[in-house]
Structure formats: structure tokens, C-alpha cells
Design a protein around this ligand. Structure first.
Ligand SMILES: [Zn+2]
Ligand SMILES: [Zn+2]
Length: 301
């Protein structure tokens, strides 16, 4: 099952040096989930050949503009392009009011419904579930209420061993994949364990947008396979990071190291850094398996 994320924006605050504000597209089993929607997200989707019409769920971490100024444009374009299926949006409560007022004064009546789920940033909550995924919030420590998100695959099914299942009716496959033994009409039993191998372990992706280092949210991200964490500054600017409620690259490495993470992606880079190699090296000095979450890169989760 596909479980991957494509980075659409890696910049904090403003678009600079060909870097866009925050947005990522998660593909889970060929369903698209948009995580944050900074200015320019529509063009980024087009650039990387990702069809906006396929997005049915949008998760907004907080109401700083670099995380949602692209949303009204995206929603308007979908309307103009004839969308009728609902769009599910998860975000801070005032976001709905912000959207509604923009639609009101542009005299826009959307052709499709917005199903809005307000998110509180007081405790980690389970906010979404379907056949592929569970999503829960991460309470971050930023200047305004902010949550990250953990996307966790549902438990997977056992895998058929093709050479062994070729001779048995396909009607039995579903039960065998669920681990159920099947009795045939002649009374013989087909044991699931004889025809299948164990399922792959469900994988998880934690998205920590804007936050300062704060041990209170570590519990929620512990043991995730991949962690995206903001790393706005080099550690020499720790005071500035604390003042603005952001994280340094070194701290991002420490958070990955101390929470059983397998792979770390860093992003949300300050416009003061024209190149990013030193931020990468600083994080890697603490946690080697770190990569830059920059525009156009796709990571298998
Ligand atoms: Zn930001
Ligand atoms: Zn912010």
C-alpha cells in the first residue's frame, strides 16, 4: 500500500529562494491528504503533477499565514473546476469563519460542501479514521494555538503467497488474508498460515509544524517511523528560536533521537538561510538519518 509524502513548501514566513511556505501532500493508498496549505500550494501541486481534485482531506496546523494563505485559492479553484464531492477540513475553529467571510464578500456559493472539524490545541485527540488511516493531533508549543498530526496506517492484512494460492478459489482470499481458516465443501480446512505471510507493520508519520522544543508533546510522537519537524534556525540562534517559539536544527535532531524515530525530515527554514546544507549537517550531527524536506522531494514513509 502506498504511503508517501511529497513536500510542496519548506519555507517559514515568506516565499524566498524558490522555497514556498509550508504544505505537504500525503498519499495513502492513492488517496490524497493535504497537510497545511501555504501560499502557492496550487502551483506546487501542478508543478509536481498532483491533481488537486483528488484531495478530500485538508489538515491545517495553525492560523499563521504561511500555513494556510493558499487555502482560499485552492478551494475557489476546485469550485470553478466543478467539484461537487465534499471537502473535509480540519483546523483551528476560527478558520471556518475566515473562509466564510471571504466567500461571503466575493459572493461565492460553493458547489460542494465543506465538512469542517474544529481542532482544539489543549490535548492530543483522535480526529479522523477511515479504512486506511487514523489521525490524531499533537499539541505543540507555538505563539498561537497549534497542533501537529500523526498519520498512522490501520493494521494491514496478511499477504497471500502467490505460488500457494494459485490453485485455490479466489473467493477464499479475503478470509485467508484476515487470518481466518476456511473450510471447503469437502470438509478440508485451508489454514490461513499456510497460504499467507504476516502483514507488514502499520507505519506512522508525525508532522510537527511550528513549535519550540517542549517535552510535553514527545509522548504523542514516540515511536513514529518518520518525523517531520520544523528546524527554523541554526542552534546558534537558540534565543531567537525560543523568543519566536521555533526549533533549531540541533533540537530537531535531539527530538528524533530521544523518541525512537527512524527517519527525520526537517523543514520550515528561515529566510536568512539561502542554502540549507548547514542546517542538515547540524541535525545530522545528532541524528544521522535526517533529510531536508524540500520542494519536490517524495519520501516513502
Ligand atoms: Zn510557520
Ligand atoms: Zn507559526
Amino acid at each position: 500500500m502506498k504511503f508517501e509524502v511529497t513536500i510542496l513548501g519548506s519555507s517559514s514566513a515568506t516565499p524566498v529562494f524558490n522555497r514556498n511556505p509550508s504544505a505537504q501532500l500525503l498519499n495513502c493508498n492513492e488517496k490524497y491528504y493535504l497537510i497545511d496549505c501555504g501560499e502557492g500550494t496550487q502551483q506546487q501541486l501542478t508543478k509536481y503533477n498532483l491533481k488537486a481534485a483528488r484531495i478530500d482531506h485538508i489538515f491545517i496546523s495553525h492560523l499563521h499565514g504561511d500555513h494556510y494563505f493558499g487555502l482560499i485559492g485552492l478551494l475557489s479553484s476546485l469550485h470553478l473546476n466543478g467539484r461537487i464531492k465534499p471537502m473535509h477540513i480540519f483546523g483551528p475553529k476560527p478558520l471556518l469563519e475566515i473562509l466564510e467571510i471571504q466567500f461571503k464578500y466575493s459572493d461565492t456559493v460553493l458547489r460542494y460542501p465543506i465538512e469542517f472539524t474544529p481542532i482544539e490545541a489543549d490535548e492530543s485527540r483522535h480526529i479522523f479514521s477511515n479504512q486506511d488511516l487514523d489521525v490524531k493531533t499533537i499539541v505543540l508549543n507555538h505563539r498561537i494555538p497549534t497542533t501537529g498530526f500523526v498519520f498512522e496506517q490501520k493494521p494491514r492484512q496478511r499477504k497471500l503467497v502467490k505460488e500457494k494460492t494459485d490453485e485455490i478459489p479466489m473467493a477464499y482470499y479475503a478470509a485467508l488474508k484476515k487470518g481466518i481458516d476456511v473450510e471447503q465443501p469437502d470438509g478440508t480446512i485451508l489454514k490461513s498460515g499456510d497460504y499467507t505471510t504476516p502483514a507488514d507493520a502499520p507505519r506512522s508519520y508525525a508532522y510537527c509544524s511550528d513549535t519550540m522544543y517542549d517535552e510535553r508533546y514527545f509522548e504523542t510522537i514516540k515511536g513514529c517511523d518518520t518525523l517531520y519537524h520544523e528546524a527554523t534556525f541554526m542552534h546558534e540562534l537558540l534565543d531567537r528560536a525560543n523568543e519566536t517559539h521555533h526549533t533549531t536544527a540541533k533540537q530537531a535532531g535531539e527530538i528524533a533521537r530521544d523518541n525512537g524515530i527512524t527517519k527525520l525530515l526537517i523543514g520550515h527554514f528561515s529566510s536568512r538561510y539561502k542554502t540549507l546544507q548547514m542546517l542538515l549537517e547540524e541535525a545530522q550531527s545528532v541524528f544521522e538519518n535526517t533529510e531536508l524536506a524540500v520542494e519536490g522531494r517524495t519520501f516513502q514513509l
